[in-house]
Write a protein that binds this ligand. Structure first.
Ligand code: FE2
Length: 381
């Protein structure tokens, strides 16, 4: 326990020592937009599998000739699924290169134009200038800048909007009941070997974010491969974005497998929080969501590793939920298998107990080993 406390303290000191720019005032994650090959079928997965409510649609029926999108919500999580309606659209190129994946990580802000202008002054590359969209529910202003690969950050100002979805969307209301997913806890990016520190600098210089926690190849390694990671965060702790890069190992890193199949850096996983991970995972499994498996030996020594926990270890073992202790509290986590045929994007379900804020090193390693077993089955290790 003393070791964990000293690691947390060292990380805090590291962030204080950093030469930080004033933060762009990002309140938290807003929507995550996915570019997908078939938004109608993706909607079915997120609605009936993950428990999202479908609240909005735009497409041919709403006068949109180029693309179609669905807006889905569950508690504080909002996702947009977008497909092209012709092969000549940039969205079609994106799907051709990357398969289904995350295009935009939205940041909720009070003044999109001011945030965008600050980001551009500090060296960010523009994707779209501030634009206001209105309907009879009010106005949303958004603007986007580039980040790693073809991924973008969108500043979203929607204080003056009372609609369920977004301006220009037709309201729809379709819901099969929720699974208890509450908020976006963190969004993880994979970047190329030796590029991680460039992106760390980008988030420091442009957004004023700091390194919240770091993992080196010595921390996260298996018999075969390793990774290096830095968690970029805002001071309020509402934005946490780990950035991974592959590290040299005996065989191919699972980060490199992602980069090969996504054909670029991009979002590796999105962690969504729940207040009751056992109920959430039971419901998700019932709905057919597939999770990475955990060897039963993991649970044999769990109590010795993490101490007393409220959950029944046998239930956690049956569901494949991982546990890690921190200086404050503990984490419960589980990872889905990739949610498309390419071994790229997956989801994490996380419950933080008693004030746990970090990213358990033990779970990171368990994830890595679990991913490698799957990677081996795919012939990519
Ligand atoms: Fe994670």
């Amino acid at each position: 326990m003393a070791k964990i406390e000293s690691e947390t303290k060292a990380t805090e000191e590291l962030s204080i020592r950093q030469n930080m720019k004033p933060e762009i005032p990002v309140k938290g994650f807003d929507f995550i937009e996915f570019y997908v090959g078939n938004a109608k079928q993706a909607r079915y997965y997120y609605e009936h599998g993950m428990g999202f409510e479908v609240v909005g649609y735009r497409g041919l029926e709403t006068g949109e000739r180029e693309l179609c999108s669905y807006v889905l919500k569950q508690n504080n999580i909002k996702i947009i699924l977008t497909s092209a309606l012709s092969p000549n659209h940039p969205i079609a190129d994106h799907v051709l290169s990357h398969g289904d994946g995350v295009k935009s990580i939205g940041f909720c802000v009070d003044d999109a134009a001011s945030c965008y202008n600050t980001a551009i002054e500090r060296g960010a590359t523009s994707v779209s200038k501030p634009v206001a969209c209105e309907d009879n529910h009010g106005k949303v202003i958004s603007a986007s800048v580039k980040t790693y690969g073809d991924t973008v950050h969108t500043f979203v100002q929607s204080n003056d909007y009372s609609g369920l979805a977004l301006p220009g969307f037709k309201d729809i209301n379709s819901w099969s009941g929720g699974t208890g997913l509450c908020t976006i806890d963190h969004v993880v990016g994979n970047v190329e070997s030796e590029k991680m520190m460039e992106w760390v600098q980008f988030y420091k210089d442009v957004f004023g974010f700091h390194v919240f926690q770091g993992f080196n190849a010595d921390d996260i390694n298996t018999q075969y491969s390793a990774l290096t990671s830095r968690v970029m965060a805002n001071r309020a702790g509402t934005i946490k974005m780990p950035i991974n890069e592959p590290a040299a190992g005996q065989k191919k890193s699972q980060i490199q497998e992602y980069l090969d199949f996504y054909s670029a850096p991009g979002v590796q996983h999105i962690a969504m929080s729940t207040n009751n991970i056992i109920a959430t995972v039971e419901e998700l499994r019932k709905r057919g969501i597939e999770f990475l498996s955990v060897p039963s030996a993991y649970y044999d020594t769990l109590k010795e590793r993490v101490g007393a926990i409220e959950e029944d270890v046998q239930t956690l073992a049956k569901l494949g939920i991982l546990v890690d202790r921190e200086a404050n509290g503990y984490l419960l986590q589980i990872f889905t298998k990739p949610v498309e045929d390419r071994p790229t994007l997956f989801f994490e379900i996380i419950q933080r107990k008693d004030g746990a804020k970090g990213f358990g090193k033990g779970n990171f390693l368990a994830l890595f080993e679990s991913l490698e077993r799957e990677q081996d089955l795919r012939g990519n290790l």
